[in-house]
Design a protein around this ligand. Sequence first.
Ligand code: SAH
Length: 264
Amino acid sequence: MAHHQNQNQVKAKKHLGQHFLNDESVAEKIANTLTLEHYKTVLEIGPGMGVLTKYLLKKDLTTYVIEIDTESVAYLQANYLNLAPRIIEKDFLKFDLNDVFKGEPFAIIGNFPYNISTQIVFKTLEMRDQIPEFSGMFQKEVAQRICSKEGSKVYGILSVLTQAFYDAEYLFTVPPNVFNPPPKVDSGVLRLKRKVNFTLPCDEKLFFKTVKTAFQQRRKTLRNSLKTFNISDNLKANPIFGKRPEQLCVEDFIALTQLIENDV
Ligand code: SAH
């Protein structure tokens, strides 16, 4: 298929976190992180000029893209005619994805806009029942944080909440020089696979609140950082409360939530 580049390149806009990938082999490698298990549809966040999109379109998948930038959308419409009906010109964070997906499962992929990376992960966690797989590129430090285990310096809220529902793998590092303009830091590609047949065995709101509150004062023991939870003296004597949050694995946080739930 002839590929007519009948429009000028999009000029990168800083406030939209635009760093366009200009290395085809990296784009293809990111597209290939999808396992294609448990879904037939993929949503790419922030396609820009479609460097990653073109490799998604070669797969046995229905590809949708969501892009906030009007100029990028015009570029995609002109250069990827087959994609046109599946270009959503919206803010990923604000758009109700079920206006399009109607409760059906879909995977998420992207070379994500780094200014909203944490919010992208939180929205994914909210919609996890519909999202069996999530892969793509963040700042390296954020990708490492999401995948890190207890005891690591970067282990935190994002690590625990993500790994409660997904198996997280850090896949590879991408240097700044393959982007235009180059970002200041290295990037990292990860893949999240939703745990099969898993339901959180504790109150979800309390679990999120416990993890967030514990890490807000990560140097303190849980006995001190969870003061506002009004835990009974009896429960506070449990050795888990002598620990700091970075010492607890996901299962420990679940057990902790259950203890708090059952405290009288
Ligand atoms: N995937 C392209 C572009 C990556 S830059 C490439 O690899 O070259 C990040 C992209 O996310 C930009 O195109 C930017 O316009 C888009 N973007 C930024 N904020 C967004 C949001 N809230 N919703 C959807 N897209 C967004």
